[in-house]
Design a protein around this ligand. Sequence first.
Ligand SMILES: Nc1nc2c(c(=O)[nH]1)N[C@H]1C(S)=C(S)[C@@H](COP(=O)(O)OP(=O)(O)OC[C@H]3O[C@@H](n4cnc5c(=O)[nH]c(N)nc54)[C@H](O)[C@@H]3O)O[C@H]1N2
Ligand SMILES: Nc1nc2c(c(=O)[nH]1)N[C@H]1C(S)=C(S)[C@@H](COP(=O)(O)OP(=O)(O)OC[C@H]3O[C@@H](n4cnc5c(=O)[nH]c(N)nc54)[C@H](O)[C@@H]3O)O[C@H]1N2
Ligand code: SF4
Ligand SMILES: [Mo]
Length: 682
Amino acid sequence: MSSYLQQKDGVFPSVCSLDCPDTCGLLVHKKDGKIIKVAGNPDHPVTKGAICNKVRNLPTRLYDPSRLKYPLKRTGPKGSGEFIRIDWDEAIQLITDQWKTLLAEHGAECILPYSFAGNMGRINMLGAGQRFFHRLGASRMERTICNVAGNTGFSFTMGGSFGVDPEDTVHSKLVIIWGCNAVSTNMHQVVFAEQARKKGAQIVVIDVHKNQTGRWADWFIPIMPGTDAALALGMMHILFAEGLVDEGFLSEYTVGAEELVEHVKQYDPESVSAITKVPVEDIYKLARLYARTTPSYIRIGNGPQHHDNGGMFARTLACLPALTGQWKYRGGGATRENGGFSALNNQVLTRPDLQEKPTRLINMNLIGEALTELDPPVYSLYVYNSNPLVVAPDGNKVRKGFEREDLFTVVHDLFLTETARYADLILPATSSYENMDLYTSYWHHYLHLQHPVIESYGESKSNLQVFRLLAEAMGFEDEVLKESEEKIITDLLNYPENPYLTSITLEELQEHHFVKLDRQARPLLPNGFTTPSGKIELYSEQMKEMGYPALPTYIPIQEPDTYPLLLVTAPNHNFLNTTFSLQEKHVSMEKGPYLYLHPEDAQKRGITHQEKVRVYNDRGECELVAWVSETVLPGAAVTQGLWSDQAGTKRLVNTLTPGRLADMGGGAVFFSNRVEVEKIVV
Ligand SMILES: Nc1nc2c(c(=O)[nH]1)N[C@H]1C(S)=C(S)[C@@H](COP(=O)(O)OP(=O)(O)OC[C@H]3O[C@@H](n4cnc5c(=O)[nH]c(N)nc54)[C@H](O)[C@@H]3O)O[C@H]1N2
Ligand SMILES: Nc1nc2c(c(=O)[nH]1)N[C@H]1C(S)=C(S)[C@@H](COP(=O)(O)OP(=O)(O)OC[C@H]3O[C@@H](n4cnc5c(=O)[nH]c(N)nc54)[C@H](O)[C@@H]3O)O[C@H]1N2
Ligand code: SF4
Ligand SMILES: [Mo]
């Protein structure tokens, strides 16, 4: 529908492309061919015209004078930010010449793509690159930085990322937001919970930090980082001990209730309180409130699964609603993510069959190690949709890797990010408003089609366009590497294996812009669970076979206690990961970065409120401003946001975080991180 491009003025339906569960329907206002305003689409059934401040200020990002306009080639040392302009022909030639040489000398596996979710469009996030790199025979990257531990854990219990329809949560009578900073990261869940609250629902927030979400709750429960599974098991202990479980539901829809009753006896409230620092009486109060309120809904956040035990946390929490039979009620149950409902025909997108043989798989959370220690080495890195120098754990090791003179690095982005500064070649990327793509949400149940609204900025190109050019220059004749967006989207939607998707077509999306999945095509009850047993698995034979405890279990985090404080480096309100961290407007809206510290811990170290502090461990250090308050428990500390370090500051929090992997799925363990703090004496 190129007509959007031909109309220089007007208001056009669109969708937010950012890595946020809400996937808002947008209305983009255009004047003289430029976007002058971004607003919510009031017709969207979930997001209903409301959008966050970040995206309301999107035009300042799209037309930021520092946005990249043309390809650049490095002239100074890596990291110096010294580049000269080149044209696209030269850029593509340089990349493919280098790759052809590397292919001949070392084989294609010395090339590694690194990408994540800067743009959530199915084509530009997943397809465009993966099909190309499969054809090239490059090493493959495991996409593990975000949610994999939690989703794997939840799936052991529930069979997949299948939770409550968020629109149904207006009917909930108890909403537990568990390790989710929803006011900042899932604002429409807050809107639904508010509607439920008006009808009498209570809102409980369980978090390590009393941030804006905790302040909004009716009851805020502070907890020590990485101990949530113990709290959930303590609740189960009370539910069974006091006969508050739904026996009928347990016998009909679950396996393992008998084993679980015995197993949770060890998690008595006193022991659980010692682990979690949640008072014994609060554990009782929470368990009884949970037992007596129907329907109850648990929004399981991403935070607690960024720990060593993150998979087991989600696996454990997923068991709770079954104990009181919540899945029977509209608005009852839990949601980790809902991506299972919107599964697409990903094989036609990513085309693993284009590989001659399966190539080596490199976990993106180990990128520092991969670049500095892997044998045979990685000699070329192609980064798109991501900013690893800031977002990846064990940041100093990552930087060491990027500094390697024998590493040929290409970065495709809209801005000169920290990562781009280490590139040999930089390619300018279009924004999602310049492309056609298909969007699914990992929370609500709508699919969206994005049409290009504005012309490409400067000489920028989309991921798909760049991979087409690279394929051509590499001499790859495969038709699949030349496919149009329309063709790819049509194929993606053609996926009879997903019953929730069957009726949705490109034509329908073109007409309506967003279309709801058919949730009733296979309801979870009575037999929609996709676990091996077809039931909710409180006991999991599959886990046992894989070497995990078969029953939900609390396993303490692995970080040695060399340093005394557990530091959670969570996202902030006005950035989206590092997106917006280079926009003056967003930086000025976001105060900080602060280090939230309990008064006891501050006093011990002679630190006063708003004093500059140095946060350190063996991996790295950071300079932040102390915010002394009881918003965190003694022994815990929190900082928010993945800030830029380009102004010579020292605030890359990932220089501190561990490069270990979580218990499940190879997930990242950003928050199982111990540090010490001292005041900076000037
Ligand atoms: N404004 C904004 N929105 C975003 C993002 C952003 O950067 N900024 N990022 C997007 C992305 S990629 C994602 S994955 C989601 C993440 O959004 P969320 O699901 O909200 O996850 P986090 O913000 O990582 O962490 C949520 C909360 O978990 C708490 N927490 C940390 N450790 C623990 C723990 O052990 N136990 C408990 N109970 N709480 C803990 C943190 O204090 C935080 O308040 O948000 C998306 N939306
Ligand atoms: N300490 C700590 N670290 C974390 C987290 C945390 O909570 N704490 N959160 C983690 C999580 S949950 C996640 S998901 C990751 C996120 O990590 P990333 O996915 O790397 O997130 P962003 O920093 O937003 O980087 C996205 C980049 O993609 C670029 N981009 C946007 N659209 C396009 C496009 O169409 N094409 C190309 N080529 N580029 C584009 C943007 O300009 C931006 O520079 O960070 C993780 N890191
Ligand atoms: S970042 Fe999230 S809340 Fe903001 S507009 Fe995009 S989808 Fe909506
Ligand atoms: Mo994420």
